[in-house]
Structure formats: structure tokens, C-alpha cells
Design a protein around this ligand. Structure first.
Ligand SMILES: Cc1cc2nc3c(=O)[nH]c(=O)nc-3n(C[C@H](O)[C@H](O)[C@H](O)COP(=O)(O)OP(=O)(O)OC[C@H]3O[C@@H](n4cnc5c(N)ncnc54)[C@H](O)[C@@H]3O)c2cc1C
Length: 383
């Protein structure tokens, strides 16, 4: 019997880890991958659903399609994690393993922003964007506020992308002149690490008449007056509020004792937690990168390579270097790229911007098709 690896969460981190171990180690490893959902959705395709460009069904990638024969997928809800014993309880049973990897991502605390659930909409979950699809297609006049409710939040450029795509949709429908769009972000610029990418986004905002309110977060919504209350007390009337909710670790992680100050601390190089044989990757950690799929997956690769090296008795692999590339939708089919390095200059990430081109557009499409092939072992045209 091979080394047993229990992977909690089948998002970017869990899928990358499981598929890499499975393809490299074959029967030397026994992998159980647990997620409460039946399918994976790439974050950026949520925006496509929200703006009616893709159907909700077309962006779901069913876990039953995972073809790696040594990955056992279980659709179960994790209810307890004991990191000392490396034992996990779900709604269907208990599991123990030689190695435990926590890749449970971040979840959303709507209640942390009074009024958000009542008077606003969030666009970070699949049900949220499914609801917004109808709301946005019927929205034709008034003020739309795209607002972030707390730090840290996943994919920092996503609110700016949402504002640019909202602008595009409204223009296509001939109602843009009747709508004011504001973007509220608790960062000094739209793409934190990159001044050039931020300048590009800001130029598009200016061109399209989108008002940018930096270094502020939406603290509450007043359902009676339909105003967004920012953290400086200023109030902004809205007819449509697209919110990025406060991010937190899933309740099961909070209860496990793994998290400190909100997130799971890990060794920055190896993603090891303070519990022997327990690793954590992705949005659930405080590793020091932005919360984004590309970093969850590169962290997962480092953990996988460490396990592979240990089993094969080879030299320790490369450490997690905090670099990665993110693509940014600028509207009208234009996609730029930011190459970010979070660790070389601690506390001051560097981001180089690559202008939109046919190449960057193709790269973004290639990003998801390569993951589908790697994680699920299949290709679906147009997905
Ligand atoms: C609108 C939007 C656009 C984005 N665009 C990009 C982008 O262009 N590029 C990029 O790199 N990133 C992007 N992101 C961010 C990206 O989606 C996340 O950073 C990434 O998914 C994090 O990966 P992860 O593996 O840490 O967690 P996740 O992908 O969130 O996976 C965690 C998994 O754990 C499961 N889970 C949680 N709790 C339990 C439980 N108790 N029991 C069982 N299962 C559980 C969840 O169902 C989930 O499948 C975007 C996000 C959004 C919302």
C-alpha cells in the first residue's frame, strides 16, 4: 500500500496537488480528494456567467470526470479536522492519512457587512452570479457600485474587471448614459503590485466614465436609504451594489486550531503547517501572496514535489517562490497580463504588465484548457 494523502478541497490547490501526485507516483500513492461540491468552476468564468456570456452549466467541471485512477474523489462535507492526528470527519465518515493537505479556500461572511445580504449582491460565488445574471440584464438606469467589503480578498483585479465588463454590457444595450458606475477598493490602485497595470485600468476607467474610489471599503449598506456606507463614513447612493464580501476561512478550519489571526500560517518555502505531515495551500493560508488560483496551484506543486521527492528519496525540490501570472480583462475582448513577484522584495510585491494582444488573449484561454486536461484528463470544446 502506498503513502496515503488526504486532500481537503478540490479547488485550484487540491486539483493541482492530486493530479500531479497521481501522474508522477502512480500506485506509490493513495489519494483521497474531498469536496462538498460536485464540480469545479474557474473564478474568472463567474464574471462570464454574471454578464450572460456563458451558461452556468457550461462553466462547471464535474469531479466525476477526474480520470486519474489513483485519485478517489468523495463528495462529502468536512465537519472536523484534527491536525495532530491527521484525521478528518465528514458527513459520511472519517479518514486518516500519512499526509494531510488543507486546500479549503476562503469562504464569504456576508453578515460581516450589515445590509449586504438584504440590499446588495455578491458576485464571488456561483449562486451569486447566477442571481446577478438576471438582475444585470434588467438593470438599465441608476447608480451601480462595485465595492469590496474587506481585506484580503481573492483576485484583487476582479472588481475592476467587473466594472469594465458592466460598462461594456450597458453600452451594448444602449443604456450606459443612464448609469453611473463607481468602484470602491481598499487598495491604493486597482492592481496592487503593478503600477503599469493599474495605470492601464485607470485609463480605461477615465475613458469610460467609471469613478474610482481607492483605499476605501464598503462597511455597510443602508437598506432604507439604499446607500453604501464606506469605512470613512461617506455615503454613496446605489441602485445596484455588486459586492466582494468579507473573506474568512471555512468554519471547519477555524474550529480546527489550524488558523491564527484568521488564516493558516505556513512555512513560506514548503507550505508546511506547524503540525507534522500537515500542509496548507491557497486562499486558506496567510502565505504572503495575493489570494489567487495561480498561487494556490503553484503552492500545491511545491507540496506535491516535496512528497514525490520524499517517496523517491531524491533531493528536495524547489521552494515556493511567490511568483505567478494573472490575466486581466479590460473589456472588448482585451486581456492584459501581470507577472507578479511577491517575495523578492518583502512587503513590496513587483508586477510587470504585458499589454493586451492576441497572444495574451490566447494565453488566458490556454490557461483553463491546460488545467482541464491536467486535472480532469479531458477537453470540452468552448468550455
Ligand atoms: C470573480 C473571480 C475571478 C477570479 N479570477 C481569477 C483569475 O483570473 N486568476 C486567478 O488566479 N484567480 C482568480 N480568482 C481567485 C481564485 O478563484 C481563488 O483564488 C482560488 O479558487 C483559490 O484556490 P484554492 O484551491 O485555495 O480554493 P478554492 O478554489 O476556493 O477551493 C476550495 C474548495 O474547498 C471546498 N470546501 C470548502 N469548505 C468545505 C467543507 N467544509 N467540506 C468540503 N469541501 C469544502 C470548496 O467547495 C472548494 O471547492 C477569481 C475569483 C473570483 C471570485
Amino acid at each position: 500500500m502506498g503513502t496515503s494523502v488526504l486532500v481537503l478541497g478540490a479547488g485550484f490547490g487540491g486539483l493541482e496537488l492530486s493530479s500531479r501526485l497521481a501522474s508522477e507516483l502512480g500506485d506509490q500513492v493513495d489519494i483521497t480528494l474531498i469536496d462538498r461540491n460536485d464540480s469545479f468552476v474557474f473564478g474568472f468564468t463567474k464574471l462570464e456567467v454574471m454578464f450572460g456570456r456563458r451558461s452556468p452549466a457550461s462553466v462547471r467541471h464535474a469531479y466525476r470526470d477526474i480520470t486519474h485512477r489513483n485519485v478517489r474523489f468523495r463528495q462529502e462535507t468536512i465537519t472536523a479536522i484534527d491536525p495532530e492526528a491527521r484525521s478528518v470527519t465528514t458527513d459520511a465518515g472519517t479518514y486518516e492519512a500519512n499526509i494531510l493537505v488543507v486546500a479549503l479556500g476562503a469562504t464569504y461572511d456576508l453578515a460581516a457587512t450589515p445590509g449586504l445580504a438584504e440590499a446588495g449582491h455578491e458576485f464571488y460565488s456561483v449562486p451569486g452570479v447566477e442571481r446577478l445574471r438576471d438582475v444585470i440584464s434588467a438593470f438599465s438606469a441608476g447608480t451601480a457600485v462595485v465595492g469590496v467589503c474587506g481585506m484580503p480578498y481573492a483576485c484583487p483585479p476582479a472588481p475592476s474587471e467587473a466594472a469594465l465588463l458592466l460598462d461594456e454590457t450597458l453600452r451594448d444595450r444602449g443604456v450606459r448614459d443612464a448609469v453611473t458606475i463607481k468602484v470602491v477598493i481598499p487598495l491604493p490602485r486597482p492592481v496592487g503590485p503593478s503600477k503599469e497595470a493599474s495605470a492601464e485600468v485607470m485609463a480605461r476607467f477615465a475613458e469610460r466614465g467609471i469613478e474610482f474610489i481607492p483605499e476605501r471599503r464598503v462597511a455597510a449598506l443602508d437598506p432604507a436609504t439604499r446607500e453604501a456606507v464606506l469605512d470613512d463614513g461617506s455615503r454613496h447612493a446605489f441602485d445596484l451594489l455588486l459586492g466582494v464580501p468579507v473573506h474568512v476561512v471555512p468554519a471547519v478550519v477555524a474550529a480546527s486550531g489550524l488558523a491564527e489571526n484568521g488564516w493558516i500560517p505556513v512555512d513560506r518555502s514548503t507550505l508546511a503547517t506547524r503540525f507534522p505531515g500537515v500542509y496548507a495551500v491557497g486562499d486558506v493560508t496567510s502565505v504572503g501572496t495575493a489570494k489567487a488560483g495561480v498561487f494556490a496551484e503553484s503552492a500545491a506543486r511545491v507540496v506535491a514535489d516535496g512528497i514525490i521527492a520524499r517517496i523517491r528519496g531524491t533531493a528536495a525540490p524547489a521552494v515556493f517562490d511567490g511568483t505567478g501570472s494573472c490575466w486581466i480583462e479590460l473589456g472588448r475582448g482585451q486581456v492584459g497580463r501581470v507577472d507578479v513577484d511577491f517575495f523578492t522584495t518583502p512587503g513590496a510585491p513587483i508586477g510587470a504588465f504585458v499589454e493586451p494582444s492576441a497572444d495574451t488573449f490566447a494565453e488566458k484561454a490556454g490557461f483553463s484548457s491546460s488545467r482541464r486536461a491536467r486535472w480532469f484528463g479531458l477537453e470540452r470544446p468552448g468550455s
